[in-house]
Design a protein around this ligand. Structure first.
Ligand SMILES: [Zn+2]
Length: 102
């Protein structure tokens, strides 16, 4: 399920994660929740365990905008839909790959 999907956010509790997922689904974005346990390889890190919210890459930018409440109104941080880099507020194109902000 994780293949091809992009992490949007990590939550400390399942409740928070489910609320966020419901928010996305209300906007027509489908996502999945996955327990982030580092695949059990590093049990000493279980204190940073969380619930990861994953969506398809084409929905990632919109999902982040919804969760951050920016709604893509042209202000605040944004994420490049092409390469996933964090875009600078105030810029209309990705510094990394040149993709225009959506
Ligand atoms: Zn980019």
């Amino acid at each position: 399920m994780r293949d091809g999907m992009t992490r949007v956010e990590t939550y400390g509790t399942e409740l928070e994660a489910e609320m966020a997922l419901n928010q996305l689904q209300a906007m027509g974005i489908s996502g999945v929740l996955e327990k982030d346990d580092a695949d059990g390889l590093m049990p000493q890190l279980d204190m940073i365990e969380g619930i990861v919210l994953l969506v398809f890459p084409e929905d990632a930018a919109q999902a982040r905008a919804i969760l951050q409440g920016t709604g893509g109104d042209g202000s605040g941080p944004w994420t490049c839909p092409a390469c996933g880099e964090e875009g600078e507020p105030g810029y209309d194109a990705c510094w990394n790959c040149g993709r225009e902000r959506m």
